[in-house]
Design a protein around this ligand. Structure first.
Ligand code: SF4
Length: 427
């Protein structure tokens, strides 16, 4: 590689380090490690630990990327850019290569683990994590001038603008995009995404995302984006949100593609890790869903509804309404509910968020109550036949069931504690 070519590709290597699913990442790997194969790397000992760490992070975080995780990435980018500010081009490439390799191995190892689970919810969890992680890092890059300059420094051409960066990443995620001028305004340009890709990636079809509310030029949906970094307005956020969906779609496609290769020569550790990871993920689902008490103590109607949601089935409006009132009554947050509702085949974040806010009193101040047993029966969602605690016959309301069930649970816990206490304590 010539020095000049190194310089041109350094910023792309840096982006592929943090977003290893970009189209270029694979090409870059072959370009800079021409004597090595990624599969061979994944068979080396370090791959197991790196992949495990990545998959655990995905399971634990899901859609919620904590600020300190993003801050760590910020520190990493700044440390890397400072290390890259001195030395020869080959030395700089050497520094980046090491980080790039680690991220590629961790990411592709986690993809192989997800492939091996063949569990759609698990695969979705990984895709959600990677796409939300993408959103957080991209927001940081555009908002934080130091970070943006650190990346722009590595691009020796005519200067990296926010639009160039967004366009590059969108193309890397296989979106058809074009740049347009934005009238006479010199500080902004229009980012155009082909309307078919827009339809595929828009998080919702309502409100400001409706095509009818968009400016369309030559088949491209336009977003006005500031040229300079340091500003993150609604339009830039919307572009990042579109790219976030494209990341999620890309991850799912990659896993599906790998599932279709039945005789893939995967590293031995992957199968073990997949069993462990799936077990760990499933152990967390009840924790997420149960709050404190355990779903076992939920009324059968609500257990049936949540079971349907987790199975990815669509539900009538009344069932959605009932479960939202119930989850709110037992203390679930809006984000926790949204995470659950992502399982709906027709999930529309904006709409779901509005409905949750409406039902929980954040729109009009009116908090809707959990429907009574009689109403649940009329909805066709009374499942007293699967009542293991024999409480349905004596309650008129699912919350009454829940409160009685909790009392039974508390008695059981106290009894267990007494039984476990050493005998001298009891004397
Ligand atoms: S009787 Fe009430 S609590 Fe029991 S399943 Fe039917 S609606 Fe739910």
């Amino acid at each position: 590689m010539t020095a000049d070519r190194n310089r041109i590709t350094l910023w792309k290597i840096l982006l592929s380090t943090f977003f290893p699913y970009l189209e270029d990442s694979y090409k870059i790997f072959h370009d800079i490690f021409n004597e090595r194969s990624l599969f061979a790397e994944l068979k080396r000992n370090h791959a197991r630990d790196l992949s495990w760490e990545r998959i655990l992070t995905a399971i634990n975080f899901g859609a919620r990327i904590p600020d300190d995780y993003v801050n760590k990435i910020r520190d990493q980018i700044l440390a890397l850019s400072s290390a890259l500010s001195v030395g020869s081009e080959d030395e700089k490439l050497g520094i980046l290569k090491e980080h790039f390799l680690r991220e590629m191995v961790a990411f592709w190892g986690s993809i192989l683990i997800a492939r091996e689970t063949k569990n759609q919810r698990f695969i979705s969890r990984l895709a959600t994590f990677e796409s939300k992680r993408f959103n957080s890092i991209m927001t940081l890059i555009i908002k934080d001038r130091d970070i943006f300059s650190a990346i722009a420094e590595l691009e020796p051409g005519k200067g990296l603008s926010v639009l160039t960066l967004l366009t590059y990443i969108a193309k890397q995620l296989r979106l058809r995009v074009r740049e347009f001028s934005y009238g006479n305004i010199q500080t902004r340009r229009a980012f155009g995404v082909h309307f078919l890709d827009y339809i595929e990636c828009a998080p919702t079809r309502s409100g400001s995302w409706k095509l009818i509310n968009k400016i369309i030029k030559e088949g491209y949906v336009l977003f006005s984006v500031p040229i300079a970094s340091g500003i993150i307005d609604k339009e830039s956020r919307d572009v990042i949100r579109l790219l976030e969906s494209a990341v999620s779609i890309t991850i799912k496609k990659k896993v599906e593609e790998l599932i279709s290769y039945e005789n893939l020569d995967i590293p031995e550790w992957v199968t073990d890790m997949a069993i462990k990871a799936l077990r760990y993920y499933e152990s967390l689902v009840p924790k997420e869903a149960l709050v404190d008490e355990g779903e076992k103590y939920w009324p059968p109607c609500m257990r049936a509804i949540i079971g349907e949601i987790r199975a990815g089935r669509s539900l009538p409006h009344q069932a959605r309404f009932a479960i939202t009132t119930f989850l709110h009554a037992i203390g679930w947050s809006e984000e926790e509910m949204l995470d659950l509702y992502r399982n709906f085949p027709d999930f529309d974040e904006e709409k779901a968020r509005y409905q949750i806010k409406h039902i929980t009193g954040q729109v009009s101040g009116k908090i809707y109550s959990v429907p009574s047993c009689e109403t649940m029966l009329s909805y066709g969602y009374c499942f007293r036949g699967s009542d293991e605690l024999n409480l349905c016959s004596s309650v008129k309301h699912p919350m009454q069931y829940y409160q009685r069930a909790i009392r039974i649970l508390n008695k059981e816990i106290n009894k267990r504690k007494k039984e476990q206490r050493p005998s001298k304590d009891r004397n």
